[in-house]
Design a protein around this ligand. Sequence first.
Ligand code: GLY
Length: 376
Amino acid sequence: MEFRAEEVLEKIKKKELATVRRNPHTVPYLAINGVYEDLSGERIGWWTNGFWGGILWQMYHLTKEDCFKTAAEELEKKMDAALHNARCMDHDSGFRWLPTAVANWRLTGNPESYNRGTIAADNLAGRFNLNGSFIRAWNDENGVNRAGWAIIDCMMNLPLLYWASEVQKDPRYKAVAMKHADMAMKNFIRQDGSSNHILCFDPENGELLQALGGQGYKEGSAWTRGQGWALYGFTLSYLHTKEARYLETAKKVADYFVSKIPESGLIPVDFDQPENVDFEDSTAAAIAACGLIELGKICREDAESTADGRKYMDAALQILSALDEKRADYDEARDGILSHCSAQYHAEDHNLWFVYADYYYIEAVMKLTGDELFIW
Ligand code: GLY
């Protein structure tokens, strides 16, 4: 499989340098016609706002260019408005503060960043429902009580809890993360290795009431970004705990994902979408590539799993080659790299440019070149 990671990283580096110089104060979410939309201000609580920080810290780690650090520090401070607002605080604290405050702390030891990461972890742990052993996902919206809702995406927020336990030498956070991971393993992951998106529990007695199709095609289908969150999330839970059951689950999810990758290497929005629908999601592709590379590395270190390791790594390279050749825009005059991102199956537009697709694409490429700053 031909994927020249060093050459791709060189193009990314040039593009991100031009992008940050054009956007030193922007909090990007979508790139619209090559221009980043700015979510500073009222939309500072949006769940994706940490990913630009992740790009900036990865690029700072790689280049030591001050413009990346300055922009990342400004973003982190802006996000304090979300950290201090209960309405903004949901389960996505890992997505928001691991690539920003915790990344800053890892690189610079900044005590204010450590403080932010700790507040975010405390809040995330506080969302744990003891009756059902799950972390509550979202807050109520439009009059819908979502006290009993858990979503597979949360597997990617658990590393904030593993981090808090490690740095504080306090097992509470890790215990919450593992209770949630065990619940997800039991309830979200289906027999064939695919994952549900949303599960609704009775928040009083923990009874599982209903599975919802969520952002996928329909109930019971396999929304690919959710499969990516599960694949990478269980791999990370294994990396942080070394519990074999999480590795087995990650492999089960990965085997399902790999078996569904189309010949083109381009990932649909839902593996069960109708055959005549060509919706794609580059975010799912990039997230899965990260998980497959990490899983591949784990398996290759174990003599009995080398063949699996090769399979996962080849699948990651197939996905990344397809993104590089068909979906990446390295034009330095335009913001955003990956096209064909989709928020959900039932959306009007499926050709969007999301900052978090770029984040995971960059992370995957940097895993291959050995330049990655470990975020999760
Ligand atoms: N975590 C929300 C999403 O993946 O769209």
